[in-house]
Write a protein that binds this ligand. Sequence first.
Ligand SMILES: Cc1ncc(COP(=O)(O)O)c(C=O)c1O
Length: 487
Amino acid sequence: MYKMDQTKTPIFDALMEYVKRDTIPFHVPGHKKGDGMDNKFKEFVGTNILSIDVTVFKLVDSLHHPKGPIKEAMMLAADAYGSDMAFISIHGTSGAIQAMIMSVVGEGDKIIIPRNVHKSVTAGIILSGAVPVYMQPEVDKNLGIAHNVTPETVEKTLRENPDAKAVLIINPTYYGVATDIKKIADIVHSYDIPLIVDEAHGPHCSFNEKLPMSAMQAGADICAQSTHKIIGAMTQASFLQVRAGRVDINRVQQIMNLLQTTSPSYPLMASLDVARMQIATKGRELLDKAIELATYARREINKIPGLYCFGEEILGQPGAFSFDPTKITVNCKGLGLTGYELDQILADEYHIQMELSDLYNILAVGSFGDTKEKMDKFISALKEISDRYYGTRPAIGNVLDLPGIPKRAVTPRQAFNGKKRCVPLKESVGLVSAEFLLAYPPGIPIVCPGEIINEEVIDYVQALKDANLYVQGTEDPNVEYIKVLEM
Ligand SMILES: Cc1ncc(COP(=O)(O)O)c(C=O)c1O
């Protein structure tokens, strides 16, 4: 099904050739293959990684003007994912998302986005000067997590904003829940605008049919993927996949060049190149193993009193169309512990580190790097903790319904650049917020920068505090004060 030979790893191979030639380095970095580096770091990391920490020259190619091995690696990645071009981001998916947004919208253009986006989306909107039109995602009040937006929400928002220039969705969420992305792609394309996708948590989706459909398979126009989060690349190495047509590939290259360093890390790029080879050639079997192990863990965790690890049974709820079984979300509401507490106990007492925690849940990211032995240690730690806490503490309060989206006064860029002052939250009605206010759970903003604070917002923050739930986002950790714009 691939057009190119996916066993090839051109960036890594060029670096191996550089090492084989025993090249004398009169180029940066100044540690010169580690010879000039202090032993404190070198003795731990070893010299191999330092010997391929090089800079731009013909043999290893240039990220900003790729013509050799980097160009070939980009084309191989595009072939593996079914896109027309794959750009390498060494600024993680955050950098790829900023470039993705700047490629499709400019100053004053409307972009439709879910309200619970990652901060890199907000950064992209500030950098581009675009005007966000928000969609409320669906919330699972029992789990205390936000799922996705539904196709119906996308359709309604587009009907109300036919002048929008692009739609962004998340596929899948951090917790592995995906919406009906194919249906959304068809709706968005009926307006002849691009669907752009934050696929930070889905770079493996194309390679195993038990996983949610990938953005490229669904016909999306661009997607940013954290190859480093889920499959074998090193931290910071991500792809930006582009389909030609509604998006101009040359403009994407220009914007990537505008945003990225002129000294990209070759070890990072080589790790990405090899990770693409691995997932393209062995993805199905490796992911089968990861899915099997995570499914086993889910089954065992669901036998432990006070814990619940959701699976396919949540599908069919609004915003939950398909599910990535490698994500192990453990809901600990029934234990009377918060996710934050459970996370800390696992880290401090068992030296088991979760990916994230919220008020109700902890999230373990599963991958083909896991083993049965390690999974069993996790399960038995959870059993011990349940034995200690189950039935000893009252249950934790429920998620509150979100208030409506406040009116917007200025764009996020104007809010970011505007002059600010700090006022007591209770006296801020009618003023324009310069900060976020986020309700945890489910991690959705109540107010975004540039929106007008109203009575409902103030009452909601009080209700969250009264229910011992969390509200965050302001510089003031107690959320008694908020920064507003001087208008
Ligand atoms: C949904 C989502 N999008 C984007 C990002 C940014 O990815 P990166 O850390 O690779 O910059 C994250 C990071 O956690 C994320 O969760």
